[in-house]
Design a protein around this ligand. Structure first.
Ligand SMILES: [Zn+2]
Length: 402
């Protein structure tokens, strides 16, 4: 990265961490970002005990558009729309950075030969995307929970959001299949779920390992062992990884992989979180009446579509998966979807709105009134006041680095 950069440096668990920032009109500086990231980096150091790199660099680029973040072997890069520096901006950057930074473990230090010899011209998929992205996303939250920089209600909120995402895509699409089809259009439509279902399965695998080991060895400990066994230059055999992992841990883990990674059985939140004295309730009525759009907009990776249309919208002429191009006359795009979502939240039952869809090259505009429905809180995790001492003990183990 070239340009007018600010720099900040720190040291975490034996590694030098550098932050470089380009901010188009000098609104955001490296030391502001690093200050906010410091406790996350410390938590990552505690989670990993020893960082697997000697030096790591965060490259921040703030200009006119947001393009997201991606990891390299010894650095990660963030291309984000510039705005005034705020605590929220810094928190958002830290949250993305926690995920990207954890990639130094998976896949940099734990990967199959397909990733080792990755063909960038004709990408060959690896079935173990659940490990590279799902476990990474799980770890980025778990290390913050265990480092006490994320509280339990926030962690539960992260789980709920991920369940909601999983429910918004095809829940019969297994993580193995998602890994193997991720370079196809079909796989791309499911891709976001590797961060949702993938992380949820990582969390369940952690609980199962803690249970089977009597609270001695969870997913963190197994991952740290695997990072020592393998490394940047030593890959695991793509076809044998499930068997290797099972052999390193417990025979029951083969069944876990079969059901929740190779297949897509419904995820056992009630049973697994129950082991920790945490209840899971799919839906709790709040007693409030709330406004409902009567449909669910979704992003396919290429365009916005309208799904789960209610009867009034179907009668008005919309069809399932119509391409959504405008809302109240504003064009729908990645740049302004945030503003449109804010506008949507202001609408009350009975308020009217207009949506425009494009079907076979033709624009169709439909006017509709907001519906009213019972408010519910979905995918709720709560501490069980009736938890047994045994459940509480496993929960305490689950909440810290062993
Ligand atoms: Zn990632």
């Amino acid at each position: 990265m070239l340009g007018r950069l600010t720099k900040a440096t720190t040291n975490v668990a034996g590694a030098q961490i550098d932050v470089y920032t380009y901010s188009k009109s000098d609104k955001i500086k490296s030391d502001q970002l690093l200050n906010n990231m410091q406790s996350m980096l410390t938590a990552a150091g505690q989670f990993l005990k020893q960082l697997p790199v000697k030096r790591y660099t965060f490259l921040y680029h703030f200009e006119d558009q947001s393009w997201g973040a991606w990891e390299h072997s010894y650095s990660s890069e963030y291309v984000i729309k510039e705005e005034e520096f705020s605590k929220k901006l810094a928190d958002d950057m830290t949250s993305i950075a926690a995920h990207e930074f954890f990639h130094v473990v998976t896949p940099l230090n734990i990967h199959s030969e397909i990733i080792q010899q990755f063909n960038f011209e004709t990408p060959t998929p690896s079935e173990h995307l659940w490990l590279y992205e799902g476990v990474t996303e799980w770890a980025s939250d778990a290390m913050q929970l265990r480092g006490q920089i994320m509280d339990l209600p926030t962690y539960f909120g992260e789980l709920s959001q991920k369940i909601a995402y999983d429910k918004s895509v095809d829940t019969t699409y297994s993580l193995s299949k998602l890994g193997l089809t991720c370079y196809t259009d079909e796989g791309q439509r499911q891709y976001g779920n590797i961060y949702a279902r993938g992380a949820l399965v990582g969390g369940l695998l952690d609980i199962r390992l803690l249970e089977l080991s009597g609270g001695k060895r969870g997913l963190r400990e197994v991952i740290n062992e695997l990072a020592t066994t393998y490394g940047p230059d030593k890959s695991f055999p793509e076809k044998e990884f499930f068997a290797i992992f099972t052999q390193k841990t417990y025979p029951e883990i083969a069944d876990f992989f079969n059901r929740y990674i190779k297949a897509a059985e419904p995820l056992p939140f009630t049973e697994y979180y129950g082991k920790l004295g945490i209840t899971y309730t799919p839906s709790i009525p709040t007693g409030e009446k709330i406004a409902s759009l009567g449909m669910k907009p979704a992003f396919t990776g290429a365009k916005f579509v309208l799904t789960r249309l209610s009867d009034p919208l179907l009668k008005a002429g919309l069809q399932e998966n119509d391409e959504w191009v405008a809302f109240n006359g504003q064009p729908v795009s990645l740049e302004n979807i945030g503003k449109i979502q804010t506008d949507l939240k202001q609408l009350k039952p009975g308020d009217t709105y207009e949506v425009t869809v494009r079907r076979n090259g033709q624009d169709i505009t439909v006017k509709n009134a907001m519906l009213e429905k019972e408010g519910v809180k979905q995918y709720v995790f709560q501490l069980d006041p009736l938890a047994t001492p045994q459940q509480v003990q496993l929960r305490e183990v689950w909440m810290k680095n062993l």
